[in-house]
Design a protein around this ligand. Structure first.
Ligand code: COA
Length: 331
């Protein structure tokens, strides 16, 4: 699916992120699996990540981000009419985490649902919320992306334990006078789905106790390096932009080598690339909003700048969004 915005200006008017307190360094993981700090840093660029405590679930991590995003937009929960939560680790399948959060935020008028698209979930959710606002179905939307993958990792599997982390981010979408989203490109390749899967998680294998993430790292690596480039190129062409127009590039934070490869192939210079995978690992649906919030906190997102975001993950799925950044001035 690909499309450029046709007239409706919808932008991000509030943005925040939140991660669990507890830091696990690479050295900390050496007590669970046969690995080394040197291997993890060299192959992934990751130095540490946050893992939730036993009692913490997705909404515990995501609610502070949602609350802060609303405050930054100058809004309260009651002001939003749509809440989409992208996650593969909801508190439970139902009630949905979005319904739980809508209640906690006092968003009594909001339609609320969870969205599953692996690590690309946040990009899919942005596109959906954009469409709802552009069509006039929604006036103000809260889009949350977050995961607590530590809960579905096999803590004895070194191929997955070292790359993931927990975290969440949230954005408020509203109509804006200037800038806003220019377009989206979304895709899925179910044929590759078996390279990153959670077999015991649904109705197919519900009676099997195996509910841990399984991954064929090399295949996912090849897929990731390919789609980060192709998705960005397709979207830029659709929106009549070139790589030279991009001011800030926010790729999914899966692996430093994947990010460097994509940026290199696209021709985006290092200083335009947002990277925080070293400190958080791959936080799945939380990855892009977490990186975006950090870029904003660092003063890297300025009025009129063109920001490219591309995610990829389980499904296999991918998705890009292009936005002309607006300071928080909701129309
Ligand atoms: N510590 C030490 N050694 C490890 C290890 C770890 N945590 N994980 C794997 N190894 C070993 C392997 O067993 C293998 O040993 P062998 O050569 O004796 O068989 C060796 O390291 C190389 O393994 P390989 O899988 O080829 O490494 P890699 O360079 O491909 O790196 C990943 C592995 C997982 C870091 C990399 O493939 C990757 O990032 N893939 C994409 C994953 C991803 O992004 N997933 C989420 C998408 S949203």
């Amino acid at each position: 699916m690909i499309g450029s915005a046709n007239g409706a200006r919808v932008g991000i008017t509030g943005l925040a992120a939140h991660v669990p307190e507890r830091v696990y360094t690479n050295a900390d993981l050496e007590q669970f699996v046969d690995t080394t700090d040197e291997w993890i840093v060299e192959r992934t660029g990751i130095r540490e990540r946050r893992f939730a405590e036993k009692h913490e679930a997705l909404t515990d991590i995501a609610l502070p981000a949602a609350q802060e995003a609303l405050e930054k937009a100058g809004l309260q929960g009651k002001d939003i009419d749509l809440l989409i939560c992208a996650t593969v680790t909801p508190d439970m399948m139902f009630p949905t985490s979005s319904a739980i959060m809508a209640d906690r935020l006092g968003a009594a008028e909001a339609g609320a649902y969870d969205l599953l698209a692996g690590c690309t979930g946040f990009m899919y959710a942005l596109a959906q919320a954009y469409g709802m606002l552009a069509a006039g179905l929604s006036q103000r939307a809260l889009v949350v992306g977050g995961d607590v993958l530590s809960k579905i990792l096999d803590w004895s599997d070194r191929s997955t334990l070292v790359i993931f982390g927990d975290g969440a981010g949230a954005v408020v979408l509203e109509r804006v006078e200037r800038g806003g989203f220019l377009g989206f490109e979304l895709g899925a390749d179910g044929a590759g789905g078996g390279n990153l899967w959670l077999p015991g998680s649904g109705s197919r294998h519900f009676d099997e106790p195996d509910s841990f993430v399984k991954m064929n790292g090399r295949e996912v690596f090849k897929f990731a390096t390919r789609v980060l480039v192709s998705s960005a190129e397709k979207l830029l062409a659709e929106c009549g932009k070139t790589v030279a127009d991009i001011d800030v590039y926010v790729p999914h934070q899966a692996n430093r080598r994947i990010i460097d490869h994509a940026a290199g192939k696209l021709g985006i210079p290092e200083e335009k690339v947002v990277v925080n995978v070293d400190r958080y690992g791959n936080t799945s649906s939380g990855s892009i909003p977490l990186a975006l919030a950090e870029a904003e906190a660092d003063g890297r997102l300025r009025e009129g700048e063109l920001v490219l975001m591309t995610g990829m993950g389980a499904g296999l799925t991918w998705g890009s969004a292009l936005i002309e950044w607006t300071e928080r001035t909701a129309a």
